[in-house]
Design a protein around this ligand. Structure first.
Ligand SMILES: Cc1cc2nc3c(=O)[nH]c(=O)nc-3n(C[C@H](O)[C@H](O)[C@H](O)COP(=O)(O)O)c2cc1C
Length: 207
């Protein structure tokens, strides 16, 4: 039995295109793997650590073997809890809209939490490169955006997600990008979403 962590990053719930495509992906996936466990982490609804001073100081204090205050220790425990949940996934599905050329802020908050030197990634100062510390595993991105085409120079969503995940050692990154998703009527939107379903179902079959 595998554990699939489904990270969703749109606050629009039932009106979200990325969530709708992810639901189709999961329906196709669950038909093939009915026993697998799906763990959903909605970054807008989850009580993510409000990553601030204690977290930021604890991050480097641990690296330099300095003493943590009680508040910093508690902040670090929150971080480790989120990393444990992420690490325990055999497969990861991320559904994410583009927000201002990049990713929605709670997803950035989540990545700030789980991207930790010495825990999820290392650094080689000689070669000046990041080294992933997590075991590789399949990751499916389902990305949405309106006007910015995949491959556009203004796309800071996919290149950023690619870099962040591979910095942690996750290199098996699969991508379905839907674009021009903003349509004037609910009917037009629903029909347009359908055009991406074959890609999403093919991705689920290969997952
Ligand atoms: C705050 C906000 C910022 C957005 N910024 C961009 C953008 O920079 N480029 C773009 O192509 N679409 C942008 N969009 C459009 C969304 O990416 C698009 O509607 C997408 O389908 C939303 O996915 P969702 O329905 O899953 O939330 C933005 C939407 C919102 C709400």
């Amino acid at each position: 039995v595998a554990r699939l962590l489904y990270i969703s990053a749109s606050p629009k719930r039932d009106l979200s295109v990325s969530r709708r495509l992810a639901a189709r992906f999961l329906a196709a996936y669950s038909t093939r793997h009915p026993e697998d466990e799906i763990d959903e982490l909605d970054v807008f609804a989850a009580d993510l650590p409000a990553y601030g001073a204690d977290h930021a100081i604890a991050k480097f204090a641990l690296l330099f073997r300095e003493q943590l205050t009680e508040a910093q220790g508690a902040a670090w425990q929150e971080v480790i809890g989120q990393i444990d949940r992420f690490k325990s996934a055999d497969k990861i599905l991320l559904a994410c809209p583009m927000w201002n050329y990049s990713i929605p802020w709670p997803l950035k908050q989540y990545l700030d939490c789980i991207m930790q030197p010495g825990v999820t990634f290392g650094y080689d100062p000689q070669k000046m490169i990041h080294l992933g510390l997590l075991a590789n595993r399949p990751v499916q991105f389902i990305l949405t955006r309106s006007s910015i085409m995949p491959g556009d120079y203004a796309d800071f969503q996919l290149p950023y997600l690619r870099y962040a995940f591979s910095a942690m050692g996750l290199n098996d990154l699969r991508v379905v990008s839907a674009w021009q998703t903003t349509k004037p009527s609910a009917e037009a939107r629903a029909a347009y979403v359908e055009t991406f379903v074959p890609q999403v179902e093919a991705a689920a079959a290969a997952f």
